[in-house]
Each structure stands twice: as C-alpha cells, then as structure tokens.
Design a protein around this ligand. Structure first.
Ligand code: NIG
Length: 420
C-alpha cells in the first residue's frame, strides 16, 4: 500500500522562478471562487511553463518556494494571466480620421461604406505599403496594446483583398511576433469586403477568396479564417461556401456576425463549429441558444459599438443565462474602433454592456483563449500552461476595469521571460 501511494505521488515541481506574496487571479474554471482567486498565492515557473500554483502554507507551496532558484516577492500585488486581444485588424495602411469627421456630421457607418468609404478606403493604403511599412505603421498601436499586458494578439488580414496584399498583411503579422515579444494568431479575412474591381461580381470574388485562402494556407501563414457576413459584406450562402472550403483545410473558423443586422450568424457559426461569432449586437435568443449548444464564443467589441454610435447592445444577460463564453477584443481598426487599449475595452464592457469586472477579466483571458482555440495553452494560471502572466499595482482585480486611462501594469512575462 505504501509503495503504491509513493509511486502515485507526483514528483514535487522544481521551479526556476517562484512568485510569492501576491494575490493570484487564476481565472481557472470551476474553482467556485470569484476570479479563481488565491490570496497569498505562490506561482512557480520553469522553462517557460507554469509548474505550480497554490497558496502559501498549503500543500507543496512552501517546498516549491524553498527549492526555487529565484524567489520574487511581489509585495502584495495582483497577478493575472497575460491578456489576450482576440479580435484585431491592427495592421493596415493609411488613415481614416477624415471619414470620421464626416460621420460626426451625421453619416452612418453603413452610409459611409455604401458611398465608397470604409473598408475599401483602407485597402488603397494597404496595397501601397510594404511589409516593413505596414509593421512600422502598426507599431505605435501595438506598443500601446502591449504596454497594458497583452501577451497574445489575433491579427486579421482583410485590407488587401488581393493575394499579394493579403500576403503582405499576414507576413507583417508574422514579423510582429518576431519583433514585439507577443504571440500572434493570424486570421485570413479576404472576405472582409468586395474590392472595387469586383463590384457587382461578389460571387466571383468569393471564389477568388477561396483560392487565396488555399494558396496562403499552403505557405503556412494562416491560423484561422474569418468572414464579414453583413449587408455591406457577404451573404450567408457565400459564407457557407468559404467555411466549407476552410474546413476541408482544417482551418479554425471565426465570424464577424450580426453587427448591424440579424442574419442568424450565431447559428451559422455554431453549425460550422466556428470558434467564435464576433460583434453579436443583433444575435437573437435562438442564435444564442445555438451558440451555447455548439460552444461558440461570443466575442463582444464594446469600443466598436460605442464608436459607431450603435444603439443596440448584445444580449449579455441572455448569454450569461445560457453560459455562452463572452470574450472581449479591441477590434483595433481604422473604421469602427481605432482603439488600442484592452483595459478601456474592459471598462466599457462593464459600463456599456453591463458585464461584471470578473466577466470582463475572463473576457480578455480564458474566454479570449477559447475564441482563438488556445485554451489548452494560455488564458488561465494553472500548471501545464504557458507562463504568460501580468503583475499589477492593484490590490483588487476589479481595478483593471474600473479605471479609464490608468495602466496599473508593473511587469509582464511571456513564456516566463520578463518583457522589457
Ligand atoms: O470589425 N466589421 C468589419 N470590420 C471592422 C470594420 C473595419 C473597417 O471599417 O475598416 C469591424 O468593425
């Protein structure tokens, strides 16, 4: 019996670095305690992975501290998982602030798009840019996002709308991962708008999108595929065509859905086992039921809702009842959300969408990880996951969504390495 017990015991984890004297918002699921919080916590990491998370004085915690090479006293600070921005269009060329001035004089987002403005405007600037200039233009936006503890970011293409320019965007996203110390998920969004050269031939453009997707995927620069299913984007039938072809390639699916109209996108996303349906302002109860059944994440984008003065809000209360995961993103883009602050998004998710601060933090950690299909690796602080974590000059996790324009980040670690 003694021998069996001895063999069954996990060896005590040896750690290079151990954080002590901190409150750890693990965001681990099913802990039965708000934020999965461990007061007076201990987090041990080795070789870029989390090896131990526990409470000082309990279980192996003290032994882990004693055996560590480097013990960091966080003096009572808050530790959270690294933040994940799961929906961005941060790479693009040009500037649309003039168009915004127009909108302020009364034109709606849809009207500006129909009058030849909007997404196709940014296409010109993006096609003219090089990979290096696209990265340089995105750099200030990225730096702002990273300064707030973003350790993983999703970046979409979709302002090229032709193979070479879409490739440049995805190559720029690849460079971001190399140069900025952030993990990048690359999403092909060729189906973002119909480019002017295909006006009136949107079915043909969808065929071209499918061809581009196959070609770029073969180059290994695509992680997921997205589609803008909307009156100013693509129809449900066109989306189904794209998704069917993407599934054959084994690509992850995302969907810009029900942002301005109800096209039943929650159900569409669920039908194709898409990871997420994003925006969701016009998702009805039936669509939300389908999302719950299919485990589709609702990615909510409060700064876009605010910036385009959309009156309709996503049905957060019903999503909550149905236990649909609600993730959050900046949707950083030049048209509907020139937002470079995930902390501001958290604040607006609470004030505008009535999410709780705990839901907001889950929205940029574990639920965001689910929206990009990486929940086995990142999104919560638990043994076996990557050591992506943030240390905050905060005593309460609610402070992260409470302030507007105050960045409490003290330190940020990506794969266990302190980001300078
Ligand atoms: O997520 N909805 C589609 N795409 C962006 C808008 C992009 C743009 O206007 O340039 C969005 O809101």
């Amino acid at each position: 019996k003694m021998l069996e017990k001895f063999c069954a015991e996990e060896p005590r984890p040896g750690c290079d670095t151990v954080f002590v004297n901190c409150n750890v918002a693990t965001m681990k699921e099913g802990e039965g305690v708000a934020y999965g919080m461990i007061a007076d916590g201990v987090v041990g990491i080795k070789d870029g992975e989390i090896k131990f998370v526990g409470k000082r004085g309990e279980g192996d915690a003290d032994a882990v501290v004693e055996g560590a090479e480097d013990v960091k006293d966080l003096e009572g600070r808050l530790v959270t998982p690294g933040l994940i921005d799961c929906h961005t269009h941060v790479i693009y060329g040009g500037n649309r602030s003039k168009e915004w001035e127009l909108k302020l004089k009364g034109a709606s987002y849809e009207e500006v798009a129909k009058a030849g403005g909007g997404i196709v405007n940014t296409v010109k600037g993006t096609r003219e840019g090089s990979v290096a200039s696209l990265v340089a233009e995105a750099a200030p936006r990225l730096k702002s996002m990273l300064s707030e503890g973003v350790t993983t970011i999703e970046i979409k293409s979709g302002y090229g709308l032709e193979e070479e320019a879409e490739r440049k965007m995805l190559q720029a996203a690849t460079l971001v991962e190399k140069d900025f110390g952030v993990k990048v998920q690359k999403t092909f969004l060729g189906a973002h708008a119909v480019p002017v050269e295909y006006t009136g031939r949107d079915d043909e453009y969808m065929e071209e999108c499918i061809r581009m997707m196959r070609s770029l995927n073969a180059e290994g620069i695509v992680d997921a595929v997205d589609c803008f299913t909307e009156s100013i984007g693509f129809t449900v039938v066109q989306t189904e065509k794209l998704f069917t072809a993407a599934k054959e390639l084994g690509l992850k699916l995302r969907l810009h859905g029900d942002q301005l109209n109800d096209f039943g996108c929650g159900a569409l996303a669920s039908k194709f086992s898409a990871l997420s349906c994003d925006h969701c302002e016009y998702c009805g109860e039936e669509a939300i039921d389908k999302m719950a059944e299919g485990g589709t994440v609702a990615v909510l984008l409060p700064t876009a809702n605010y910036f385009i003065s959309e009156k309709k809000l996503p049905d957060v209360a019903y999503m909550r009842t149905k236990k649909v995961d609600m993730a959050l993103g900046t949707n950083c883009n030049p048209g509907s959300s020139p937002c470079c602050s995930l902390l501001l998004v958290m604040n607006m998710a609470c004030t505008r969408f009535r999410m709780s601060p705990e839901e907001a933090l889950r929205g940029v950690t574990l639920s965001a990880a689910k929206a990009i299909g990486l929940q086995e690796e990142i999104g919560s602080l638990e043994a076996g996951k990557k050591a992506d974590l943030c240390v905050w000059d905060a005593s309460e996790p609610a402070e992260l969504s409470y302030y507007m324009g105050l960045n409490l980040l003290k330190e940020c670690y990506v794969d266990g390495v302190l980001r300078k």
